[in-house]
Design a protein around this ligand. Structure first.
Ligand code: ZN
Ligand code: ZN
Length: 340
């Protein structure tokens, strides 16, 4: 049997090709890190609101909250309002970056169409088109036109759209698979798939899309409660060469990151045909890693740290979901296995 060729996400694959590591005849000898996946991990939230739209705190307060809570970067994403990070330059230093952004906020009939634009040069006007799919696409395109990076937000918010619409959208690499707002229905229900199921269906259908977790924070004042949109719930850890907007955007679009609601990873490595997930052990928490493939099928499960999976055992793609004994999760991005 011919050994499968293990392919990394495009950005990683390009690096690996440069290293000559992808030649199938040589057998898979790929690794994400180092040298293919260099740099440091940067923790960031790409979705937060302020009093510039429907948040309860000023941009200054919100940015300080994230800076004071160990985040390396933040995107202030108010509804159709752009906050120029220059106005908060005094908060930015070598350890904390504000990436300019906006939640481009539109509707089509009863559906809410919210697409975040990251690293925007200025405000992007929300668009409405002749159909729901066309409206989502028009807002993705509006962000791309100014060289921003789109991410599609909370499809299950007001049960707005799902797999049928998302599979038709082009030029978007990022999808919220977890959002900390209390009414976004991450888990689906009543016949609507969870966002993680939607992600697997998209991947299984051949769409290259990365899963992100975000706060969608609105409430920084008063009680922190499950029914309020408080900060600190969902984030991404991005592997990038520098804490700079362009490097972070490149890494996000290439899938060089994991998403989290509380589990931290030290590394995600592919050497030869083996995927290894190194979990950062916190206090006395226990961990379970589930390796998931096409159609969301569970390929393997382990309580070991590091968690190891031999890619030979899979077709299509493999991704890992690490859960701790509190229920927090880290999601790695899919690795594609081809060549059978
Ligand atoms: Zn929204
Ligand atoms: Zn929002």
């Amino acid at each position: 049997m011919r050994r499968p060729t293990v392919t990394a996400p495009p950005g990683i694959a390009a690096l690996l090709l440069v290293l000559g590591a992808c030649a199938p005849d040589a057998g898979p000898s790929l690794r994400f890190d180092p040298p293919g996946w260099s740099g440091a991990w940067y923790k960031g939230n790409t979705h937060a609101h302020t009093t510039e739209s429907d948040g309860d705190s000023s941009p200054e307060y919100v940015a300080r909250w994230y800076r004071d809570h160990g985040y390396d970067f933040l995107v202030l994403s108010d509804h159709n309002v752009f906050t120029d990070p220059e106005t908060l330059a005094h908060l930015v230093d070598s350890t904390f970056l504000l990436v300019p952004g906006e939640e481009v906020t539109s509707t089509f009939e009863d559906a809410s169409v919210h697409v975040n634009g990251l690293n925007l040069p200025h405000v992007v006007e929300a668009r409405t088109a002749e159909s729901l799919v066309a409206t989502i696409q028009a807002n993705v395109d509006a962000i791309r036109e100014v060289e921003g990076v789109p991410h599609i937000n909370h499809p299950n918010f007001r049960w707005s759209f799902g797999i049928e619409e998302l599979r038709q959208i082009e030029n978007d690499r990022l999808l919220e698979i977890w959002n900390g707002h209390p009414t976004v229905h991450n888990e689906g229900g009543s016949g609507t798939p969870s966002l993680e199921e939607v992600w697997d269906l998209l991947l299984t259908g051949g769409k290259l899309i990365w899963g992100i977790a975000v706060d969608d924070a609105h409430h920084f004042q008063g009680e922190f409660h499950a029914d309020r949109a408080n900060p600190g719930r969902g984030w991404v850890s991005v592997r990038a060469d520098a804490l700079e907007a362009s490097a972070l955007m490149e890494a996000l679009e290439a899938g060089h990151f994991y998403a989290s609601t509380g589990v931290e990873l030290d590394d995600i490595v592919v050497v030869g045909d083996t995927l290894t997930v190194h979990i950062r052990h916190d206090r006395d928490f226990a961990y379970r890693t589930t390796f998931i493939g096409s159609n969301g099928v569970v390929l393997d499960e382990t309580e070991a740290n590091p968690a190891v999976f031999v890619l030979d055992a899979a077709t299509g793609y493999v991704r890992a979901r690490v859960t701790n004994s509190r229920g927090d999760v880290a999601w790695t991005q899919p690795i594609f296995v081809t060549g059978r």
